[in-house]
Design a protein around this ligand. Structure first.
Ligand code: SF4
Ligand code: SF4
Length: 179
């Protein structure tokens, strides 16, 4: 899997907000032994995108979808040998939102999920008031960016989680939009 749009959550503290991105480590684990539910009306577009017969695409997807419920699950039929999603721009909603879905990182040893929550846990620690929101539930123009004086403290805590390089870049970019 590759990433394009960054998923993130907002932690609201008493005087400012911190945006924590989710960074996919492109290990492909969430597409192994899994097949998403794909609405029937999406197949014509997928067919055009893959330039393969629709019956073949549906048959392969159905086979791995049915295997989800057996002891021999198969990888998603849209995952290629390089762990990349072959229908990435058209992938279904559950894949777009993963791991911020009902099933979250359940059953999958998702390194991005672990990294995200390691950072969140550290940022939440010792806070008198803090709450986490989805961006959709938040008025984006109301985000109170971290004041200069507080930023070194936030950054020090963030670094305690030993974030990956892409996470560091995205975290700084999201939280310091004017720098
Ligand atoms: S398991 Fe997590 S890190 Fe790996 S590809 Fe899926 S979302 Fe990305
Ligand atoms: S559709 Fe793409 S992103 Fe979704 S499980 Fe299959 S390979 Fe992974």
């Amino acid at each position: 899997m590759e990433t394009a749009k960054i998923l993130y959550k907002i932690i609201e503290f008493e005087r400012y907000d911190v945006l924590v991105p989710f960074i996919c480590h492109t290990c492909g684990k969430c597409c192994h032994n899994f097949a998403p539910q794909i609405p029937e009306e999406d197949f014509p577009e997928i067919t055009r995108y893959l330039n393969k017969p629709q019956e073949e695409i549906i048959k392969q997807h159905d086979e791995c979808y049915q295997k989800k419920f057996t002891d021999e699950p198969a990888n998603c039929s849209f995952l290629n040998n390089e762990n990349l999603c072959m229908i990435y721009p058209l992938r279904p909603r559950c894949c777009r939102l993963y791991p911020f879905t009902d099933f979250g990182g359940a059953g999958v040893d998702c390194p991005g999920h672990k990294e995200f929550y390691a950072i969140v846990d550290i940022l939440f620690a010792d806070q008198v008031y803090a709450a986490m929101y989805n961006p959709e539930d938040y008025q984006k123009d109301k985000i109170r960016y971290v004041p200069d004086l507080e930023w070194p403290t936030i950054l020090r805590k963030f670094m305690q989680a030993k974030p990956s390089e892409p996470m560091m870049l995205e975290f700084k970019k999201m939280n310091r939009p004017l720098v």
